[in-house]
Design a protein around this ligand. Structure first.
Ligand code: COA
Ligand code: ZN
Length: 308
C-alpha cells in the first residue's frame, strides 16, 4: 500500500480524560505525556479550554501548557494542540502558547446543543471566525465535524450535511479537516464514502480522523481512513475516552493498538511501542481498572516472542 506520511495525534490527555470522574493530578498528566514524548508520536492534545464547571478534568489545561511551553520541557519535533469551542477558549489558548488549535462543529443539532449550547449553524459561524483568527496569528488549525458518522440522539447524519459543513471550512481557507465519530457509529464503507466525498471537493486537503470504539469498529475504520487519503490519526492511551455530552460515551481508538496495527502493516515503525504500552499500563493502574486497549494487555507481538 502506498501511504503518505502518517501522523499520530495523542488525544488521551484531553478526550481520554475528559469523561473520567476521578480528577487526575497535574503531575500524573505530565508523567504520562513525558512517558510518550520521545516515542515518535507527533502531536499531543494536552487538553481543552472549556468551562471547568462543565468538564472539571480540563480545569488545569493552562498549567499543562505552561509547563511545556515556557520551561523548555518540550522537544522541538513535538506539537502541542488544544481543543477550543468558543472565543473565550481561543483567548485562553492563545495566552498559554497553544501551537495547534483544534475546533469543531457537531453535525447533530442535538449533540451541538448539549455540547456547546449552540446550534450547528451558530457554532459553524463562530468556529470559522476563530479558525481564521488563529491562522492569522500563525497557529496551526484543524477543524472537525463532530458526530459526522451518526449520533446517539439523532441516528444517521445525512452525508450532505457533513459535506456542507466541510465546504464552508474549505471556502474559509482552512486546510486541515477532521471527521470525528463522536458516537462511534462509523463503519468502514461510510468512512470511505465521506472521506472520498471531501477529496472530491478538494484533493489537496489534509485529512484527519477521530474514531470512538463504541461498537468495536475503531481500527477497521482507521484502516478505511488510511486507504482513503487520511494522514492524521487521533487516538488515546489505553483506549480511554468519550464525549461526556454524547448519548453513549465510549473510548477512543487506543494509541497502542493503532500504532501496533500500523507497524504490522509496515507503517510508522519508528514509534517506540514499548513506551506507549508502558504509559497505558500506568494510566490503567491510576484508575484501578482494566482499560479497553488490547496491546497493553497482550504486549506487542515482538514482546511476545521475546518472552516465549
Ligand atoms: N472557558 C472557561 N469558561 C467559560 C468558557 C471557556 N471557554 N466559555 C464560557 N465559560 C463560562 C463563562 O465565563 C460563564 O461563567 P459564569 O457562569 O461563571 O459566568 C459560563 O461559562 C457561561 O458562559 P457562556 O458564554 O454562556 O457559555 P456557555 O455556557 O454557552 O458554554 C461552552 C459554552 C462551550 C464553553 C460550554 O458549553 C462547555 O464548556 N462545554 C463543554 C464542551 C466539551 O468539553 N465537550 C467535550 C469535547 S467536544
Ligand atoms: Zn472524541
Amino acid at each position: 500500500m502506498k501511504t503518505k506520511n502518517i501522523l499520530i495525534h495523542e488525544v488521551g490527555p484531553r478526550d481520554g480524560l475528559q469523561v473520567e470522574k476521578t480528577l487526575v493530578p497535574l503531575e500524573d498528566k505530565i508523567r504520562w505525556i513525558d512517558g510518550m514524548i520521545n516515542s515518535g508520536v507527533d502531536i499531543f492534545q494536552l487538553g481543552s479550554f472549556v468551562n471547568p464547571k462543565a468538564v472539571p478534568q480540563m480545569a488545569e489545561t493552562e498549567k499543562l501548557f505552561t509547563h511545556y511551553t515556557s520551561s523548555g520541557n518540550k522537544p522541538e519535533h513535538v506539537i502541542m494542540s488544544g481543543l477550543v469551542l468558543n472565543e473565550k477558549g481561543l483567548d485562553r489558548g492563545m495566552d498559554c502558547g497553544v501551537e495547534m488549535f483544534c475546533m469543531g462543529v457537531s453535525a447533530s443539532e442535538t449533540h451541538s446543543q448539549k455540547n456547546t449550547r449552540m446550534t450547528t449553524s451558530e457554532a459553524q459561524t463562530r468556529i470559522i471566525a476563530m479558525a481564521q483568527k488563529a491562522m492569522e496569528a500563525g497557529k496551526k488549525v484543524q477543524v472537525s465535524v463532530q458526530s459526522a458518522f451518526g449520533c446517539g440522539f439523532e441516528g444517521p447524519i445525512p452525508k450532505d450535511r457533513v459535506l456542507g459543513i466541510v465546504k464552508e471550512y474549505l471556502s474559509a481557507g482552512i486546510r486541515n479537516i477532521s471527521l470525528a465519530d463522536t458516537a462511534g457509529h462509523a463503519h468502514p464503507m461510510l468512512v470511505e464514502e465521506l472521506f472520498k466525498g471531501i477529496l472530491e471537493l478538494d484533493s489537496e486537503v489534509e485529512l484527519t480522523c477521530h474514531f470512538h470504539n463504541t461498537y468495536g469498529l475503531g481500527l477497521a475504520n482507521c484502516y478505511a481512513a488510511l486507504q482513503n487519503g487520511v494522514t492524521s490519526f487521533e487516538s488515546a492511551y489505553g483506549g480511554l475516552g468519550g464525549c461526556p455530552f454524547t448519548k453513549l460515551p465510549a473510548g477512543n481508538v487506543s494509541t497502542e493498538d493503532l500504532v501496533h496495527s500500523l507497524q504490522r502493516m509496515g507503517i510508522r515503525k519508528d514509534i517506540d511501542l514499548t513506551a506507549l504500552i508502558d504509559v497505558a499500563r500506568q494510566v490503567g493502574n491510576f484508575f484501578g481498572r482494566e482499560l479497553p486497549g488490547s496491546v497493553l494487555k497482550s504486549g506487542s507481538i515482538v514482546d511476545f516472542k521475546k518472552n516465549d
